[in-house]
Ligand binder design. Structure first.
Ligand code: NAI
Ligand code: MG
Length: 379
């Protein structure tokens, strides 16, 4: 990883470093821009500005964004979130920058499956969620300072409770049944375990905590435990420990420094990563990378938060989660210098107290964006 300048900011470790399949760097990247719903288009618009600024500063590449109107509005108009040939369309791009999906007048399971899961499953099997306390942002945990909480959560992104297996019968009757069948396969556990070990190996502490619930769930979760222990033999340099998911919430809250890379199932990591974002200060700052490590599909980068109806259109959405997701995108594309520069600008902006109101500040989305761009230019 290349480093730039003499700076005091905490170092931005690549979550993708060490992964064998590095891309060839390009002079122009094509990115699909899907703002989606609610504050999604607002934060993505901010992210696009920041990416253009950082590309200009680095000077060796440009990014072309193609705006796709895949959203709940489109669904309400046409009955579909995405066109028939959406997978072919996505193959034209090097990456996807995604806002959020979810509208007050569409059931959440329809919007999520119609857009986000349609894009991510099953190729983007690694959901990478980095969390740290940024300078100038206070954690709700007492006495925690930047550096004390620095995690990379790896979420299995293709199966588990979110595989879509199940059904409803006897609708409306007293004996109505609803099942959500949890699917775990050796193939998917092995591939996500290898990915998580590679991430753990690339980070200074080389520490992986994997999370299951193999006391109460005695089939699929026990398979997880077995496969992870097998994969661990390939990574003797990584220290590994195991937590049950309920106890993990306690450890994250009371001993945050004891954790580094965390591997969990689709459902468990979904919940744990929201907890992680809250412990780091706000859901508005947390990034997500949905990675297809084989690079068959473009990977998708998005803030962790949703469409936030309560603040839509007010111009106060925190763009930091999107900026950080943009860092992950640049890193994945092989532009680690640009990624590092953008992360530094984000950290400097937060440290200077230019924050949206979810972080206790009074800046709006565009003011935070302008501040980040100014710092990119000055660095
Ligand atoms: P949410 O993340 O949209 O909002 C939760 C709370 O956090 C709200 O008070 C909101 O104002 C605040 N918040 C979220 N992002 C923020 C930001 N960038 N800056 C400042 N404050 C922010 O979660 P909620 O309310 O549970 O879901 C709303 C909709 O979003 C639902 O339709 C849900 O299905 C969808 N959703 C979509 C996701 C996605 O597209 N990946 C993820 C989570 C929810
Ligand atoms: Mg979630």
């Amino acid at each position: 990883m290349s480093l730039i300048g003499n700076h005091s900011g905490a170092q931005h470790e690549s979550a993708f470093e060490g992964y064998a399949n590095r891309p060839e760097r390009k002079s122009t990247y094509e990115v699909a821009q899907i703002g989606g719903d609610g504050i999604g288009p607002e934060v993505i618009n901010a992210g696009v500005q920041a990416i253009h600024a950082v590309a200009k500063k680095i000077g060796t590449f440009t990014v072309n964004f193609m705006e796709l109107d895949w959203s709940s509005d489109r669904y309400k108009r046409s009955g579909k979130y995405v066109p028939e040939d959406y997978i072919e369309i996505l193959h034209r791009y090097d990456a996807i920058l995604f806002g959020a999906v979810g509208a007050p007048d569409v059931p959440d399971h329809v919007s999520l499956w119609g857009l986000r899961l349609a894009i991510c499953q099953p190729h983007m099997y690694a959901n990478v969620r980095r969390t740290k306390v940024l300078p100038g942002i206070s954690s709700p945990l007492k006495g925690l300072s930047p550096g004390d909480l620095d995690w990379c959560i790896i979420r299995e992104n293709s199966e588990g409770e979110y595989a879509g297996h199940g059904g409803r019968s006897h609708r409306g009757l007293e004996h109505e049944i609803g099942t959500e069948v949890t699917i775990f396969t050796r193939t998917a556990i092995r591939r996500i375990a290898r990915y998580a070990f590679q991430v753990a190996r690339s980070r200074p502490r080389k520490l992986l905590t994997y999370v299951t619930k193999s006391n109460a769930m005695r089939n699929g979760m026990v398979l997880w435990d077995e496969v992870i222990k097998e994969v661990a033999k390939e990574f003797p340099d990584v220290t590994m420990d195991h937590m049950l998911v309920d106890a993990m919430t306690v450890r994250m809250t009371l001993q945050p420094k004891s954790l580094d890379t965390i591997l969990a199932t689709n459902l468990h990591a979904d919940i744990l990563s929201d907890l992680a974002a809250a412990l780091a200060g706000s859901i508005g700052i947390a990034p997500t990378a949905n990675i297809d490590p084989s690079r068959t599909m473009p990977s998708m980068f998005e803030p962790i938060h949703g469409s936030a109806f309560d603040i839509t259109g007010m111009g106060v959405a925190n763009p930091v989660g999107t900026f950080w997701s943009a860092c992950e995108m640049l890193d994945w594309l092989g532009e680690s210098e640009a990624s590092q520069l953008l992360m530094e600008a984000i950290e400097k902006t937060c440290a200077d107290g230019i924050k949206t109101r979810d972080l206790g500040g009074n800046a709006n989305t565009q003011e935070v964006t302008n501040a980040v761009i100014e710092r990119i230019e000055a660095l």
